[in-house]
Design a protein around this ligand. Structure first.
Ligand code: FRU
Length: 294
């Protein structure tokens, strides 16, 4: 048989309404544009698990050659990812995980490590006096939510005076974080640190605190560190966030590996872990440049 020369990739995105996911799709499109033999079609599940299942079913029917998926939540997406994989479609899972191991490759940052670094930062920031921490968490069924929480708990262990007084979901969304933080502020007189599971959560909490004229009483920590004008690195430079952590999207790595799988028939590593960088006012300007911020 003639060797296949053109490949169709289906990219199933959890929610394009979030800036970090727009960056992921952009990086996938940019990397793919260097390979004229690749065509990528994108689907956006808008944070709806059933929509994302339908998107993948649709891709299977379209006979895509490879699936890239960043699953909204792990459990609900596991079966359809397995279905694609079992039908012979290579699957690259990005950033959030599914359950089990019915996929070709997972690419993502080390969320547990990032949470741990954030915890250590807070333990040091609060020092011997310790203090009260509010945790604004990500979407309950998304794996980075649990990993960022578990890592943080480990990171603060060294300082017994650090207390998590509230831990609440804001589903990764800035607007939801504003609402959630409004009631937290009302119920709690003394808050020293807000740990947001992503920068939109931290920024949303900051907005709520500022509206209540209390933003000066507490420090804000986020995760993502997008090198954009409204991203987390700028928020550190501008003093709203005390720290954020680079969480690479893996978009370019996904295309690099798709090429290995599709064109070269290579067997790729089961898991690729992407590096992080702690961003504070000491290095924020440098990191911004280093990651191509304009
Ligand atoms: C975007 C996002 C990022 C976060 C990642 C975790 O949807 O919430 O902000 O780092 O997903 O999966």
């Amino acid at each position: 048989p003639k060797k296949k020369t053109n490949f169709l990739i289906g990219m199933s995105q959890a929610n394009l309404g979030e800036p970090w996911r727009v960056a992921m799709n952009d990086q996938i499109a940019a990397a793919a544009s260097k390979h004229p033999e690749l065509k990528v079609v994108f689907a956006d599940a808008a944070q709806d698990n059933s929509k994302q299942i339908a998107d993948v079913e649709n891709f299977i029917q379209q006979k895509i050659d490879l699936l890239i998926i960043s699953p909204n939540e792990a459990k609900p997406l596991t079966a359809v990812v397995k279905k694609a994989y079992d039908s012979g479609i290579p699957v690259i899972v990005l950033d959030r995980k599914v359950e089990g191991d019915a996929y070709t490759q997972y690419i993502g940052g080390d969320n547990k490590l990032i949470g741990k670094k954030a915890g250590e930062f807070v333990a040091k920031l609060l020092g011997d006096k310790g203090g009260n921490v509010v945790e604004v968490k990500g979407l309950e069924g998304a794996t980075p939510q649990k990993e960022r929480h578990d890592g943080f708990m480990e990171g603060i262990k060294s300082n017994p005076n650090v207390k998590i007084i509230v831990s609440q979901n804001a589903d990764w969304l800035r607007d939801k974080a504003i609402t959630v933080m409004e009631s937290i502020l009302q119920a709690n007189k003394k808050i020293d640190v807000v740990y947001g599971h992503n920068d939109p959560a931290a920024e949303g909490a900051y907005i709520a605190a500022k509206n209540a004229k209390r933003e000066g009483e507490m420090k804000f920590i986020g995760i993502d560190a997008l090198p954009t004008l409204d991203g987390g690195i700028k928020a550190v430079i501008e003093g709203r966030l005390s720290a954020t952590y680079v969480y690479p999207t893996g978009g370019k790595e996904a295309i690099d590996n798709a090429i290995k799988i599709l064109k070269n028939g290579e067997k790729v590593e089961k898991s690729i872990t992407l590096d992080t960088v702690e961003v504070t006012k000491n290095n924020a300007a440098d990191v911004y440049k280093q990651f191509g911020g304009k």
